[in-house]
Ligand binder design. Structure first.
Ligand code: PMP
Ligand code: GLN
Length: 382
């Protein structure tokens, strides 16, 4: 069988969660909460099922949810998307990103990714027949390096994939990053795919600068978000895409022939729950408390903390540990940490095409305080 993705194995998130489960480790690897969502959200979905919302919804998503998304986005980012033509509900961000890439990228087109990057981007571009152009984020700070992005632009560049707040580094783009991106693409035909799934997890009073806040960028961007992240329901797989009407028309052509629609009662339940802004407006404070607890604990270990401005991920450098395993490459270190110390993490090398190894691993702190404390007690021994 001639593989469409010959270099791809099983995603690191699946591998590390399976190992954590096998050996009974505290799982700070794959990003998902170990606590449940708001019971009102479950009631809203149950009520939708009982009200008979159980057949196919419209292809782009139930209107009441698209209207709710439009209101939310306008209220917080100041940009009005037309729910009928510019918003589509997706089966999570993963399907949204693949669909966006399939809709935009023609064989031979170049697509710029900023490494380290989320592991689905590169295989998605390859499936579309595109050429992946890897541009490193600034080593150490993981901030975008616009000189390098500019140097990577060619007449064949079709799109740039942006991710802020950034998985895995937790870096959050600033207002001037948006302007510098605009200055680069303003006179080009380059589209932007902006993965903003962690939009409601930004710390220390910083805002999330959505591409929707910048009219020049919004005019050429497909912006992706995920209710899984925002509402602690990663298993529900519901997200959405925002884009100007001509771009969205192309997105929907592909969307209708891969999932066609996303499940109906979840959409109605989410629409009802979305009417209350408190859950998403309070999310940053909720996770900042967890970040601070986790960082305070890690500061008492030999791990070196990297900054975390957003997302629910904390990266650490393990090269200063007292154990000989500090010299292992990241993947082997994570396996050892999971098996022998009982804490699962994700190697940063999984986010690089060439497996670049910097002795840094990623922990997820979307966990109950007891879970974080149990992990910290184990990590403190190293
Ligand atoms: N993009 C990034 C940066 C992510 O971290 C994730 C979640 N792991 C996704 C996309 C996929 O989101 P979803 O679960 O909604 O498909
Ligand atoms: N996005 C999550 C992470 O980065 C995991 C999602 C997945 O398992 N594909 O950990």
């Amino acid at each position: 069988l001639a593989s469409r993705l010959p270099h791809v194995g099983t995603t690191i998130f699946t591998v590390m969660s399976a190992l954590a489960q096998e050996v009974g480790a505290v799982n700070l690897g794959q990003g998902f909460p170990d606590f449940d969502c708001d019971p009102r959200l479950i009631q809203a979905v149950t009520a939708a099922m009982q009200a008979g919302h159980n057949q196919y919804p419209p292809m782009a998503g139930v209107p009441v949810l698209r209207e709710g998304i439009a209101r939310k986005v306008e209220a917080i980012y100041g940009h009005r998307y037309d729910p009928s033509r510019e918003i589509t509900v997706t089966a999570g961000a993963t399907q949204a990103i693949l669909t966006a890439i399939l809709a935009l990228v023609h064989p031979g087109d170049e697509v710029i990714v900023l490494e380290p990057c989320y592991d689905s981007y590169v295989p998605n571009i390859e499936l579309a027949g595109g050429t992946v152009v890897r541009v490193p984020l600034t080593p150490g700070t993981f901030r975008p390096d616009f000189a390098r992005i500019a140097a990577a632009l060619t007449p064949r560049t079709r799109a740039i994939l942006v991710n802020t707040p950034h998985n895995p580094s937790g870096t959050v783009w600033r207002a001037d990053d948006l302007q510098r991106l605009y200055d680069l693409v303003a006179d080009t035909d380059v589209w932007l795919i902006s993965d903003e799934v962690y939009e409601h997890m930004v710390y220390d009073g910083q805002p999330h600068h959505s591409l929707a806040t910048h009219p020049g960028l919004a005019a050429r961007a497909l912006i992706v978000s995920s209710f899984g992240k925002t509402y602690h329901v990663t298993g529900w797989k519901v997200g959405y895409v925002l884009a100007p009407a001509p771009l969205m028309a192309e997105f929907r052509k592909v969307h209708q022939f891969n999932v066609f629609t996303v499940n109906t009662p979840m959409q109605h339940g989410l629409a009802a729950y979305l009417a209350d802004p408190a859950p998403y407006l309070g999310l940053s404070a909720f996770y900042q408390a967890k970040r601070d607890r986790f960082r305070a604990g890690l500061a008492r270990t030999r791990f070196r903390l990297l900054p975390c401005e957003g997302t629910y991920f904390q990266c650490v450098d393990y090269s200063g540990l007292s154990v000989p395993e500090r010299d292992l490459p990241e993947a082997a270190f994570c396996e050892w940490l999971t098996r022998e110390v009982g804490v699962a993490a994700i190697p940063l090398s999984a986010f690089y095409g060439d497996g670049f190894d910097q002795h840094v691993v990623r922990f997820c702190f979307a966990k109950r305080d007891e879970t974080l404390d149990a992990a910290l007690a184990r990590l403190a021994r190293l």
